[in-house]
Structures are given as structure tokens and as C-alpha cells.
Design a protein around this ligand. Sequence first.
Ligand code: NAP
Length: 212
Amino acid sequence: MPSVVALYRVLGIPAPWTEAAARFDYAGTTLLIVGGGSNNGRFGVQIAALAGIGRIVVVGGDEAELTSYGATHVLDRHGGPDAVLVRIRAVVGDDLVYAYDTVNDPAGQTLGLNALSGHKKGVMARLVPTGPVDESRVVGKVAGFELRDAIGMSVYQKDEALAFWERLPGYLESGRIKPLKFKVTQFSAAAVNEVLDAYRDGKPVAKTHVHF
Ligand SMILES: NC(=O)c1ccc[n+]([C@@H]2O[C@H](COP(=O)([O-])OP(=O)(O)OC[C@H]3O[C@@H](n4cnc5c(N)ncnc54)[C@H](OP(=O)(O)O)[C@@H]3O)[C@@H](O)[C@H]2O)c1
């Protein structure tokens, strides 16, 4: 649901089931997703592909998996923000107007904001709205930019939520939305700590369901 809200409401890209969809140039649209390895990033790619967005540029995550969901470019997230920004701009140039940051706190959100176009007003949706961004670190935005918070709870956006949940069984049956891989573990402090330690240490983390 967070990615449905981020794309179809917060960024203002029409949901494919709306009347506005007929007038929107999805194929000519580029979307940057920062955090392709996260659950929300992986669903973000699928939600973008569901609408037919032409270029889905993703920072981080497994290339084969994300490409299977519809990503057109998967970029290495390592090496520091300057190096990652160079990789993004090599793909999108100075024309990006839609970005979605699924993982970073405000300090890291400058990456996506700096990837936005300088001469067109861009917008970025973020899932971690824990404070303001230091705008002195966002450079060259002659046309300005907007940073908007996405709260992915169905109860706060009933229109999009109802429309999406109604369609989800069909999307799953047709394979247009694929469930993410997960593992099941029996509850124990050690099992939970193992998952948390992997997050802390920046290791790949499988979505884990803890059963009691
Ligand atoms: N606003 C909302 O409604 C809402 C809803 C749900 C979750 N959230 C928040 O959204 C965030 C993501 O949640 P999630 O469950 O999707 O995350 P997650 O699946 O736990 O994401 C972890 C993965 O993100 C990748 N990652 C970590 N640091 C990164 C960085 N600096 N740049 C790019 N990728 C990075 C790593 O994957 P790789 O190593 O494979 O790159 C890591 O394994 C959390 O902070 C969560 O609290 C907000």
C-alpha cells in the first residue's frame, strides 16, 4: 500500500484504473526509486510497471529480481551519494521529475532530490518523514522541487485503497503483481536478533515472518 499511495497519490501519477490514466503519458515517464532492495522498493517497481511507466530506474536491490518486476535500470547503491548520483544522472540526465525514496532518512534523501531536474520542477515522495531535509545540500534546482510525505495506511486514503484492494486478487492471479519472497521463523530472541543484526550490518535481509 505505501507504494500505491506514493506513486498514485503523492507523486500524482494517475492510477491506471482512473479516468485520468487515458490522458497520461506513462510510456514517456521516468521514475527513480531509491531503495530497490527494500520491500517497498520492490513493490514500488511493480506498481510503476503496472501503470506502464516507461523508464523505471532503481537504486539498490537485486538486478534480476527487479528487472523481472519491470525495472529498466538497476544501479549499484554503494560508493557514496556522489558516485550514486553520477550513475543516476548518466541514465536520466537533467530531466527527472518523479522520484520515490523508500529507505533513507532525511539526511540520505538529498540523493533523490539532487537527482531531480534542475530546469523542470520535480517531486519526490518519501516513506521516512522523520524531519526536514537540509536544503543547502540540494543543489541547482532553478525550477524548484517538492518533497512530499507518503503515509501508506489504507484508512487515510480510502479511494486509492479500496480501488487497489479490489483489484489485487486479479493482479495476483494474472501475475501482474508478484508476492515477495519471505521466510518463516519460530519466535526466539536469537532468531529475531539475527534479523535485526542483518539490518544493522547492511547485509541482505529476507522478509521474515515470526511465528509464535
Ligand atoms: N510511510 C509509510 O507508510 C511506511 C510504510 C512502511 C514502511 N515505512 C518505512 O519505510 C522504510 C522501508 O521499509 P521496508 O520494509 O520496505 O524496508 P526493508 O525491506 O527492511 O529494506 C531494507 C533494505 O533496504 C536496502 N537499503 C538499506 N539502506 C539503503 C540505502 N541507503 N539506499 C538504498 N537501499 C538501501 C537494503 O537492501 P539491499 O542491500 O538489497 O540494497 C536493505 O536490505 C522503513 O524505514 C519503514 O519504517 C514507511
